[in-house]
Ligand binder design. Sequence first.
Ligand code: ATP
Ligand code: MG
Length: 499
Amino acid sequence: MTTVQLDHVSKSFGPVRVIEDVSLTIEPGKVHVLLGENGAGKSTLIKMVAGIHRPDSGRILVDGEPVHISDPRAAEALGIATIHQELNLVPSLSIAENVVLGRFPTHLGVLSRPRARSIAREALDAVGLPLDVDTPVGRLGIAQQQLVEIAKALSVNSRVLILDEPTAALTGREIEQLFTIMHRLKERGVAMAFISHHLDEIPLVGDVVSVLRDGHLVAQVPPDTPEPELVKLMVGRPIDQQFPPRQAQLGEELLQVEGLSSAGKFSDISFTVHAGEVVGLAGLMGAGRTEVIRALAGVDRYDAGSVRVAGRRLKRGRVANSIAAGLGHVPEDRKQQGLVLGGSIWENLGLATLFSSAHLGIPDRRGQRARARSVSERLRIRMHSIDQRVRDLSGGNQQKVVFGRWVLAGSKVLLLDEPTRGVDVGAKVEIYELINAVVEGGGAVLMASSELPEVLGMSDRILVMSEGQITGEMPAAEATQDAVMTLAVKNVNNAEIGA
Ligand SMILES: Nc1ncnc2c1ncn2[C@@H]1O[C@H](COP(=O)(O)OP(=O)(O)OP(=O)(O)O)[C@@H](O)[C@H]1O
Ligand SMILES: [Mg+2]
């Protein structure tokens, strides 16, 4: 049994104070929830326990003893495992290699591949992920990668487990599975810290909630605190309208998809999205939503069918052609596909307009910067300056940068794949308002989301996918969670659902 105490810790990056005099205790057999807006300092705080950042002042105590956690290995030696917000797997390595990375098992001094495989298999079983451990991680979707990351952390038998937004990339069934595991770990006396922007998860696993605002610990409350109360503590004001209303006129068919098929991914996908319309794309993990969106965006090729934007047929698998036609794509995995992490905020915001705004091949630096500044203000991206590297933004603020690029580009058709993943409750409303502004301005939005309330609350019409096909369509006004779920499990064989 291990207790971790943060004792008056503070942390600055350059001149900016990010954590200010925070004290809290992570106790054995308890889940300590950290709550706060994007950029409040949650990840920075737990990175001090994980050995990634060192506090400028204050102490960290493990079982009452002050410790210096100089690097991640030192944290591991203290029995502390961390699942970071951004995935840390090596895409080209297999699942087995990733699970044992950094501690490859040996047999009589020789690296043991069979042993690595069996460790990985056991770890995957624990999270209910029936995959071949020789599969390269890069071939997995983001939810599966997240489960591998969780399996990896669990396989080291830690006494302290830190989970930074583990549920952001997961859907209902996997989240339940994770919570079952967390309850088992509680019984075994593991001390846990848990970060999530899904407030409904807090009473299910939490024991105590610490609320951070601008790096300060502003409150410590029980897990059954009503959500509006939690929101007020986090944001400093109540949020009364989760899904802001919009007034959009339905216009012409802006996006026309006909008979789109891609072997092994999806087949015969046909639908349209009108100007002024938000169409929600619902389905379970693996239903093919991301694959369809990637094909529409020009990221992947497809075998048959056509995609038209404002009547103009797009070339297959050509991102630049799709962008030029007015498509904007917010991918499910911002780190791998959406951002140049080493680049600045303004460069990232301007990626889609770099060429179109240039004169005689010379980039319009000043214009790009000015536009980036105004978009980042509109999106309330929390940063010190637009020259800051995107890598140093908090996760939710990185998501806003990906979104902001297409706002800046004035895209007519937005393809959004989990647009509010990792975004805090207040910033979600800001993103919804932007979606509204796009359709009110005559644009069209296709939005895939695993959050059913979001699909129901934001869409005009809902398409449901299952096993690579569209299994149903309904106006959002008539849709219920049950109706959507029934269509989402159509075609799925029952053995799989029960698993
Ligand atoms: N390495 C770094 N260099 C400079 N600034 C940083 C660095 N890491 C974090 N920051 C800044 O510290 C602040 C807190 O970031 P942190 O990642 O802890 O937020 P968070 O609460 O985890 O937010 P989110 O919910 O979006 O994940 C942010 O303003 C961020 O830009
Ligand atoms: Mg974070």
